[in-house]
Design a binder for this molecule. Sequence first.
Ligand code: BGC
Length: 756
Amino acid sequence: MTFKRFISALLVVACGLVASASNDAKMDKFIDNLMSKMTLQEKIGQLNLPVTGDIVTGTSVSGDVVGRIEKGQVGGLFNLKGVSNIRALQEIAVKRSRLGIPLIFGMDVIHGYETVFPIPFALSMTWDMEAIRNSARIAAVEATADGICWTFSPMVDICREPRWGRMSEGSGEDPYLGSEICRAMIEGYQGKNLADPTTMMSCVKHFALYGAPEAGRDYNTVDMSHLRMFNEYFPPYKAGADAGAGSYMTSFNTIDYIPATGNRWLLTEVLRDKWGFDGFVVTDYTAISEMINHGMGDLQTVSALALNAGTDMDMVAEGFLGTLEQSLSEGKVTVATIDQACRRILEAKYKLGLFDDPYRYLDTKRAKKEIYTDAHRAEARRIATETFVLLKNDNNVLPLKREGKIALVGPLANTRANMPGTWSVAAASDRYSTLLEAMQRATAGKAEVMYAKGCNVCYDEELEKNATMFGREMRDPRDATVMRDEAVRLAQQCDVIVAAMGEPSEMSGESSSRSQLTILDAQKDLLEALKKTGKPIVLLNFSGRATVMNWEVENLSTILNVWFGGSEAADAICDVVFGDVAPSGKLTATMPRNEGQIPLYYNHLNTGRPNPKWFTKFTTNYLDVPNDPLFPFGYGLSYTTFSYSPITLSGNSMTSYGSLTASVTVTNTGNCAGAEVVQLYIRDMVGSIARPVQELKDFARINLQPGESQTVTFNITPDKLKFYNTQLDFVLEPGDFEVMIGGDSQHVQRLPFTVK
Ligand code: BGC
């Protein structure tokens, strides 16, 4: 950098600091002034977040919301949809409460609004930060056009536990990728200026470790070492603070035997003191009162515990509202702590511009123009095509030609409501296409798509009912054999079978844990019957988690995991099935061979008796299943193939302040255009603590035409080699390392290097 550029860069930074300091001073003055007029009750009122509207996401609902708003007992509301509904309540706050403090309106805008993007787990399979950022940006545009200024996203819980249904809501098992995605989403939601009426405040959740529940049961106990937290589970949460997230949500689980919502070490020492987070912390749904069940005391005790731990806002439990005054009179909480929580919430409202204009997100013209637009839908469709992971494609059955007769079968082939996926609370499913409709459109005048459902989701009616909640019931009353025979007869007349199967959308998500991850009985029986026809079968596997697919891999020619692709899923699936776009998704969670292997993840430690493969006595393994996964982290095929040149390292050593570059040249060796995700892993060979056998530290998604090559160069910087040691210091320990580059975590080339 020249001297002139250096000076001007300094000036830019300095001006930025001055500007933000003066903004802060202005904000502080405004809030000081406002708080000087507030009664204790009004301050506590700001900490209260009731739920309203028709969208139910927890076990209880709030009462007398209007009365509470009038009395100044509400800080915000969530999951209310529509500008006119929101405006009505905002007017009550502004016109009828004593100080007219505006409410903040939140919602679970998890993967899009009415334009629904693929579920977050699927989005992570794209490894495409630009696409993910843009999906969040579009979600923010639509949600803010409809009155929402705060989203309960991103969900960044690392998950090695596919039995847990909420794997669907996160970015898989990797801390590095999870951190990159967290940052991209916050940038997409919040933009550069929270007061911009098209951006909204994000909420990093669920803090913390919610993705590691014992036995995969939702809300269950979490217990892990601090080293594992800091090195493997915390990075995405920290990335949220680094990216300037406006808020955090506590998780339901215990950490070190104390529920997160009442855990001062977590919420204050780690989040605020270590990571410098200065926004506000909201609980998850009734998490304060749930601490009674955790055995932490009565409502008054747990509410004081939460506040003193660093929780600022109480979602639905009304523990703060009902008990903090009493706790104050008994000396169990201080005015300063209540003031601090209130200030943080008022600051968020200030930054969102709500004090300038409480109606800034309530513009009916925007609501008409900016939601579910053609441009948003086109982007959602494009992004969805990037999420699909081709696991197997013998004899290049895919892509299908648009000719002949195609049998479309399965319980997910003709359902609209199941397309967007779990946690699409603002979805307008009536407007979305079923796969059948999209396939008929995609082949009109060229091929005939014939449909038979073939089976229900499973034989057990009760299980199907629980897995298709929220009006997504779709059970066919016919006898199972009648349905199956119909599908087989149809398949016999066709050239190829496309089976739309797997989990209905509410079989993953909250409160949707499973103990068995194989395809459900009725669907498996149908697949077996279809296989007997001898026709090639393309399995489109819908799921919100890593599933167990041994039988399918052994018996079917082609498997495309399509997860839940959002409002445009059906068209996007057709884009890939008919070859307009080649699949490029890569797994962000290891796929196990059976449930007994769980937790199975690529970045594990070595044992003293490592054994990567099959049984050998006195080594780390099972008698009845190999150690390795069915499909590894990072895996995914395309319609084309890619070759990798040997790795070139810029040197074989670096200092602890220096860096190295590692390059490979990747060539598209097939016949169609495609995208490849080039992955860089590092292994620290010797450390003061045991270090993982490999860790993702960088990646690049590149598009290549047939025959085209591109050189990808990664920087190996000290940050990529650091880890938290037993003192929880983030350190680089000199010594031997190994760099690995490849198209998935198992197929890599390796080179050693040293840090001096
Ligand atoms: C979920 C959160 C969600 C909240 C509000 C809870 O049940 O755990 O992820 O943001 O409800 O809907």
